[in-house]
Design a protein. Structure first.
Length: 342
């Protein structure tokens, strides 16, 4: 942003003109790196300038929109994110007179489906932000390759994990759903990162209460088997202390069947549906437990639901942790545990 008397700095610090809607001319966009043709780059720059003028770009939070560019017959999906360098951000905070340089990164894909991976792309930008150093040497050795490998590194990990594990994916889904710690041995760095990202994307983190999640992690770590171990010392990954159930095996088939199309967005959608079904089952079980506190027939319904849903082992652990401080519900869970053991 061009410096103006009394206006807020580029770091968003307040000023007398901070609330005013700036015109497009207030923004000077210099090209740092691109692999777009000149005409398309100019069109994209115009699109970003308009978004900046409207104040529609928040620091570190990406957006996805359709953009019409002359290089394509149809609109393409564009993820764009504004950020500042870490060290410049600190300097701007310490010395309000400094106008910290800001950057906008744009990734173009075939459609707006990039929105499915918006959180992953936000994390990807965070890595760039931390490591960005605009000396020419670093620009060529780190920034340029980093920008060009966004699709491979941020979008494709789930697809690669599905292709790597095939039928064994059921064990990975079970570990993610049950908060079982996973140790990866003898794997290359990319495979280890892919597995970590898959487990994070498949877990119910953010969808169940934070306290429940912490308690489940502690409970699973204290169990006899402790961590699930994935060993890559052979041609195929070997799994130790792995668990599975019918629910995870059914969803594994959905992933393996989806692999024929080779579209990473399909895998992400299957993963979201997997989590949605797990949450629906948890909520149904909670409702049955509330009814079972006063009704023996509802207790039987609880038992039949756990028996038929395919993931009774995990659901029972989750509700046991959540109802630990509720005596009536805890009694119902205890009875259900006995029935399930028998």
């Amino acid at each position: 942003r061009s410096p103006q008397p009394g206006a807020g700095g580029g770091d968003g610090s307040p000023g007398s003109a901070a609330a005013e809607s700036p015109s497009t001319e207030d923004f000077s966009l210099s090209l740092l790196d691109t692999n777009l043709p000149a005409e398309a780059e100019t069109e994209l720059r115009s699109f970003i300038a308009k978004r900046l003028a409207k104040g529609a770009l928040f620091e570190g939070m990406g957006n996805v929109a359709s953009v019409g560019l002359s290089i394509a017959e149809y609109k393409v999906g564009c993820y764009y994110c504004r950020f500042q360098q870490e060290n410049l951000l600190e300097m701007a905070t310490l010395e309000s007179g400094i106008n910290a340089q800001e950057y906008v990164v744009c990734f173009l894909g075939g459609s707006e489906k990039e929105d499915t991976f918006r959180l992953e792309l936000d994390k990807y930008i965070q890595s760039l932000k931390i490591n960005l150093d605009l000396e020419q040497k670093t620009l060529e050795t780190f920034v340029n390759p980093f920008l060009r490998s966004w699709f491979e590194n941020a979008i494709c990990p789930i697809q690669r994990v599905v292709q790597l594990f095939q039928e064994k994916l059921a064990f990975l889904l079970h570990a993610a759903l049950s908060y079982t710690p996973v140790e990866v041995k003898n794997a290359d760095e990319r495979t280890e990162k892919d597995i970590s990202r898959f487990l994070a994307a498949a877990s119910l983190q953010g969808l169940v209460q934070e306290g429940t999640m912490t308690s489940l992690c502690i409970a699973m770590t204290e169990e006899q088997h402790k961590s699930m171990i994935i060993d890559f010392s052979g041609p195929q990954p070997q799994l130790h202390n792995a668990g599975s159930n019918r629910f995870c095996e059914d969803w594994m088939h959905a992933f393996v069947n989806g692999a024929e199309g080779g579209n990473p967005f399909i895998f992400r959608q299957i993963l979201e549906n997997f989590k949605l079904k797990a949450i629906q089952d948890i909520n149904n079980l909670k409702r049955f437990i509330r009814q079972a506190e006063m009704n023996h027939y509802a207790l039987f319904k609880c038992y039949m639901f756990l028996k038929n849903c395919g993931s009774g082992d995990i659901l029972l652990k989750i509700v046991k942790v959540e109802h630990a401080e509720m005596p009536e519900a805890r009694n119902v869970v205890t009875v259900l545990e006995e029935f399930m053991r028998e």
